[in-house]
Design a protein around this ligand. Structure first.
Ligand code: ATP
Length: 352
C-alpha cells in the first residue's frame, strides 16, 4: 500500500470549457515529502490542488490518502490544511487568536496548552512574541507567516499551498521560500505547493511536477529536472533559452555547435545522440576576453548587470541569441565581436 497522497488519473472539468482543466493526472506525494506543481498560468495547477482539497468535484479519477479514497470525504474532514496567496487572516482576532483558530478544540480549551502551542508555532515561523499584535499592523510577509502558523496548528496530514508567496516582492519571496522549506522540513509536513516560479519550486520542493495544458509533463527532483528535462517544452519552461540539433558524426557543423557538443561530451552530459537536442541555459557561453583564435565568436547585442554579474546577450552563428556570462565589470560596445567558451554546466541533452 502506498503512503501519503495518491492522485490517480484525476480529471477536472468546468462547465462550458472546451477542454478539461486537469486531464488525467497521476501523482504521488509520500509522507514527509514536499512536491511543487510548476507550470504556466492557466495550466491547471490550482484546479488540481483544489480537487485534492475537495473544493472541486472530480470529473474522473480518484484522490486517496494512504491508499484509501477521500473522494467522498468533505473538505474539512480530509485532514488537509490550506494556505492561499492571501492568507485571509481574521481581522477581528490578534495574531495568537488567528494561530489558535485552527487548533483542535481540546487544545484550544486548555489555555496553557494553547499558549504553548501558539508560542511554538510563532517561533517556528520567525515571529516570536507577536501574540498580541493586531494583524492589521503586520507586513505582507508577516501575514503569510501567521497564515502558515495557523495552517500548521492542527498538524494537517497534508498541507496544500496555492501560490502562498506570489503577492510578495521578489526579495521577500526568495527569503520566505527558504524559510518555508525549513519550516516544512522541521515539522516533517507533507505538502503540495503550487507555483509558477521555477526558482521558488526549486527552493521549496523535494520534487517538482511540471504541468502544461492540464497534463503532467515530468516529475523529478530539482537537480535531475534541470540536468535532464524530458522535452523541449519542459526545458523552455525551466528557462533554457536556445536549442541546437546534435550533428551527426562527421557532419559539418558551425564552430559554436561543435564547441558545445565537445564541452558537453567532455563533461558527461547525458543523451547526446545525433538527432537529439542540446538545450542552452544562460551561461552556456562564457565571455573569454583575449582568448586565442579558434574559439567561438559572438556578436554583442545588449549588456546588463545582474546581481553584480555581467550578462551579455549575444548572437552566435548556428545557435541564435543567448545570454553569455562575463566577468564582473567587463564591458564592450554593442555590435562588437567577443570570444566565447562553451560551458557544459549550463547545457542539457534532450531527446529530439
Ligand atoms: N471556476 C472556473 N470556472 C471555469 N473555468 C475555470 C475555473 N477555474 C479555472 N478555470 C479555467 O481552468 C483552467 C486552469 O485554471 P487554473 O486556475 O487551474 O490554472 P493555474 O495553472 O492555477 O493558473 P494560474 O497560475 O494563473 O492560477 C484555465 O483555463 C482557467 O481559465
Amino acid at each position: 500500500m502506498s503512503d501519503g497522497l495518491q492522485v490517480l488519473d484525476v480529471v477536472v472539468r468546468y462547465a462550458g470549457a472546451p477542454a478539461p482543466a486537469v486531464d488525467g493526472v497521476d501523482l504521488t506525494v509520500p509522507t514527509g515529502e514536499v512536491v511543487a506543481l510548476l507550470g504556466p498560468s492557466g495550466c491547471g495547477k490550482s484546479s488540481l490542488l483544489r480537487a485534492v482539497a475537495g473544493l472541486e468535484p472530480l470529473a474522473g479519477g480518484d484522490v486517496a490518502w494512504d491508499g484509501v479514497s477521500v473522494a467522498g470525504v468533505p473538505v474539512h474532514r480530509r485532514g488537509f490544511g490550506l494556505l492561499f496567496q492571501d492568507g485571509q487572516l481574521f481581522a477581528h482576532r490578534d495574531v495568537a487568536g488567528n494561530v489558535a483558530y485552527g487548533m483542535p478544540t481540546l487544545v484550544r480549551r486548555d489555555r496553557a496548552a494553547r499558549d504553548a502551542r501558539v508560542a511554538e508555532l510563532l517561533d517556528l515561523v520567525g515571529l516570536p512574541g507577536t501574540q498580541r499584535r493586531d494583524v492589521a499592523t503586520l507586513s505582507g510577509g508577516e501575514r503569510q507567516r501567521v497564515a502558515l502558523a495557523r495552517a500548521l496548528a492542527p498538524r494537517p496530514r497534508l498541507l496544500l499551498l496555492d501560490e502562498p508567496l506570489s503577492a510578495l516582492d521578489r526579495a521577500l519571496r526568495e527569503r520566505l521560500a527558504l524559510d518555508l522549506r525549513e519550516v516544512l522540513t522541521a515539522t516533517g509536513t507533507t505538502a503540495l505547493f503550487v507555483t509558477h516560479d521555477q526558482d521558488e519550486a526549486f527552493a521549496v520542493a523535494d520534487r517538482v511536477a511540471v504541468m502544461d495544458a492540464g497534463r503532467l509533463l515530468q516529475v523529478a527532483a530539482p537537480a535531475a529536472l534541470w540536468a535532464r528535462p524530458a522535452s523541449r517544452r519542459v526545458a523552455q519552461f525551466l528557462g533554457y533559452e536556445a536549442f541546437v540539433d546534435v550533428p551527426s558524426p562527421g557532419a559539418d557543423a558551425p564552430a559554436a555547435v561543435r564547441a558545445l557538443v565537445d564541452a558537453a561530451r567532455a563533461a558527461g552530459v547525458a543523451l547526446l545522440p545525433a538527432g537529439g537536442l542540446l538545450a542552452l541555459a544562460a551561461g552556456a557561453f562564457v565571455v573569454a576576453p583575449g582568448a586565442a583564435d579558434g574559439v567561438v565568436v559572438g556578436t554583442v547585442r545588449v549588456l546588463r548587470s545582474r546581481r553584480g554579474r555581467t550578462e551579455v546577450v549575444v548572437d552566435v552563428d548556428g545557435v541564435g541569441r543567448v545570454s553569455a556570462l562575463a566577468p564582473a565589470g567587463w564591458t564592450c560596445a554593442p555590435g562588437a565581436d567577443v570570444a566565447l567558451h562553451a560551458d557544459a554546466a549550463a547545457v542539457a541533452g534532450l531527446p529530439g
